[in-house]
Design a protein around this ligand. Structure first.
Ligand code: GAR
Length: 226
């Protein structure tokens, strides 16, 4: 189980996918707070419908990015957040948040990074003529969409695609891989080797009781005497 705080700016369909996975029991996480930098974000309605506390922080209320980010960190810490989940949060975060949550901030981006970081990426993918695009869940570092990659999913780019149709196809994959990546974190299965991330294999059955010799499934433990 992991306590998460979700940062949003817009529709919040990724937030919804995370909420749905938590409610379905496939994601062992507790959404402690949703923070939006946009008072009109539909994501706030989604949070309210599911009884999740939400906070709106407007940049005009702060003298600098750092001051804004200090307030974000205060909200996250006050709510006991362990993993920060950026889900369509359209601000670049400063060191203030990065240092408060080192390698504990995830983001989802609608391209196969390192191709097409930044904004308007479906349009850029079409203009470039790539045959596949997709989405990436990555940890956030000081660069732009440049941190260690956790999961990627690819989709084909079709001749008839517009930025909107491509975005829709990619979004469906985002909704699949983001809850999965958070679940890997929740299970403590994420390992770093430099900037490479690998996912540790699931431990032997963990939700069952084992005696010293034999698991409940009747197989001998590797280290137990015959
Ligand atoms: C998603 O496609 C997400 O990947 C993208 O914004 C959309 C948010 O949708 N994020 C970025 O482009 C960040 N660089 P949502 O609000 O419906 O989850």
């Amino acid at each position: 189980m992991v306590n998460i705080g979700v940062l949003v700016s817009g529709s919040g369909s990724n937030l919804q996918a995370i909420i749905d996975s938590v409610e379905a029991g496939s994601l062992k996480a507790s959404i402690k707070v949703v923070i939006s930098d946009n008072s009109q974000a539909y994501a706030i309605e989604r949070a309210k419908k599911h009884g999740i506390p939400s906070v709106v922080l407007l940049k005009k209320g702060y003298s600098s990015r750092e001051e804004f980010d200090k307030e974000v960190v205060r909200e996250l810490k006050e709510n006991g957040v362990e993993l920060v989940v950026m889900a369509g949060f359209m601000r670049i975060i400063s060191k203030v948040i990065l240092e408060a949550f080192p390698m504990r901030i995830m983001n989802i981006h609608p391209s196969l990074l390192p191709a097409f970081p930044g904004l308007d990426v479906q349009k850029k993918a079409l203009e470039h003529g790539v045959k596949f695009s997709g989405c990436t869940v990555h940890f956030v570092d000081e660069g732009l969409d440049s941190g260690p990659i956790v999961i990627q999913a690819a989709v084909p780019v079709l001749d008839a695609d517009t930025p909107e149709t491509l975005a829709k196809r990619i979004l469906a994959e985002e909704h699949r891989i983001y809850p999965q990546a958070i679940q890997f974190f929740s299970e403590g299965r994420i390992e770093f080797s430099g900037r490479r991330v690998s996912i540790k294999k699931n431990a032997e059955p963990s939700a069952t009781v084992e005696n010293p010799l034999v698991t409940v499934f009747g197989t001998l433990n590797e280290n137990s005497p015959p």
